[in-house]
Design a protein around this ligand. Structure first.
Ligand code: APR
Ligand code: PHB
Length: 393
């Protein structure tokens, strides 16, 4: 066994892990990223595509703005349509002076790898059996297998950026960890197609269920429809998908949807999940390792970015000034933002979906809330503020 060492061992090379290593590098802090999958696999995942202005600013400051500013598409807000009746625009620009940007997580992941390559970063992919050890001691380490060899990486801190199914959270003792969870009784069937998107991100609440029209670039559209969890992808040929999607939009929008062959199709379940605290000894959780939101508010990627921003600031302050203040407040500070987004995503999910077994009362209350939103500037301002993303502390 060889025993190299680094300042921060980062488990997981998704957006959270790679962005953290980039921010630490800018602050002169060394890190090693251990990713269990191959680079091709990580780049092949189709994920979110909406960046809050705060996220865009963090990425720019991290030196990752060039392609995002060129290819990303800024939006003043997003539309909500329901029952073929109302159009309501969540106007982030009008109410909070912020825009958001549509830019695929896949592209961001490419940019993060490119930046890591430019600075000769240590990113080990296909690192297997990764295990954080001695996290409550002064000198933790991570053991793993790479290229057929068992290795141990000694470090000062471990960042658990290994997503919902990762190993990091599991080393926190049950007595320490409190988990909050809500599973929704439906999923999203999503497709990518090389067709021009609708001009606005458009959420639909319809008696047949929720739908969303989104985009990646001027010739790449992303669409979703709410489906029951029993649905199988084989039963959704493209024609059925397009027909169902169009049925959930008012006629004029349905006519504007340009159809074509799908280049990706998948069903994702919806879940809200928070693990508290986000720190145990010298192990810090960030991103999906600590929390999951349903995609309705497009907050998942943005939370990964804000966690990592807080964590990089805390580690920088520790190494530069010898101060543990930000490290000690990391969990509480990150969780305040996380819970804000978790609550908002849960609320927006409730507003826009048809829940199986919804009573007439619940149905009317939902319609009433949508009508209230369409009429009240105060309600609109509150939604716009949360959709645009709350400021960082
Ligand atoms: N060892 C090493 N790496 C691991 C392990 C492990 N045991 N388990 C998981 N990983 C890797 C995964 O292969 C993945 O590349 O950790 C990475 C975690 O990345 P993401 O799941 O993308 O999570 P995160 O970086 O927090 O980004 C959150 O992803 O799911 C979306 O909506 C979410 O957009 C948000 C973003
Ligand atoms: C997406 O483009 O994939 C997307 C956009 C907005 C959401 C969820 C997903 O709320």
């Amino acid at each position: 066994m060889s025993t190299p060492s680094t300042q921060v061992a980062i488990i997981g090379g998704g957006p959270a892990g790679l962005l953290l290593s980039q921010l630490l590098h800018q602050a002169g802090i060394e890190s090693v990223v251990l990713e269990s999958r191959s680079r091709a696999y990580v780049l092949g995942r189709i994920r979110a595509g909406v960046l809050e202005q705060g996220s865009v600013e963090v990425l720019r400051a991290a030196g990752l703005g060039e392609r995002m500013d060129r290819e990303g598409h800024p939006h003043d807000g997003a539309a909500i349509v329901w029952a073929g009746r109302h159009n309501y625009f969540i106007d982030c620009w009008k109410y909070v002076g912020k825009r958001f940007t549509t830019y695929g997580q896949t592209n961001l992941q490419e940019d993060l790898f490119a930046a890591a390559d430019r600075r000769n970063a240590q990113v080990l992919d296909e690192a297997l059996e990764v295990m954080p050890m001695d996290v409550t001691s002064a000198r933790p380490c991570v053991t793993f297998r790479h290229a057929g060899r068992s290795q141990r990486l000694d470090c000062d801190f471990i960042a658990g950026c290994d997503g919902y199914h990762g190993v990091s959270r599991s080393v926190m003792p049950a007595a320490v960890l409190k988990v909050f969870e809500k599973v929704y009784p439906f999923g999203w069937l999503g497709i990518l197609s090389e067709t021009p998107p609708l001009p606005n991100l458009t959420y639909a609440n319809h008696p047949r269920g929720f739908a969303l029209a989104s985009m990646r670039n001027p010739m790449l559209s992303r669409y979703y429809v709410q489906v029951s969890l029993e649905e199988r992808i084989e039963d959704w040929p493209d024609e059925r998908f397009w027909e169902e999607l169009k049925a959930r939009y008012p006629e004029e929008l349905a006519r504007a949807i340009v159809t074509g062959p799908s280049i990706e199709k998948s069903i994702a379940p919806l879940r809200s999940f928070v693990a508290e605290p986000m720190r145990h000894g010298r192990l810090f959780l960030a991103g999906d390792a600590a929390h999951i939101v349903p995609p309705t508010g497009a907050k998942g990627l943005n939370l990964a970015i804000s966690d990592v921003y807080y964590l990089a600031r805390a580690l920088t302050s520790y190494y530069r000034d010898g101060s543990s203040t930000y490290l000690d407040s990391y969990s509480a500070m990150a969780l305040r933002r996380v819970w804000g987004a978790v609550r908002f995503s849960w609320w927006l999910t409730g507003l826009l979906h048809r829940f199986p077994g919804m009573s007439d009362f619940e149905q009317r209350a939902q319609e009433c809330e949508l009508d209230y939103l369409a009429r009240s500037q105060h309600a609109q301002a509150s939604v716009a503020e949360q959709y645009a993303g709350m400021p960082f502390e």
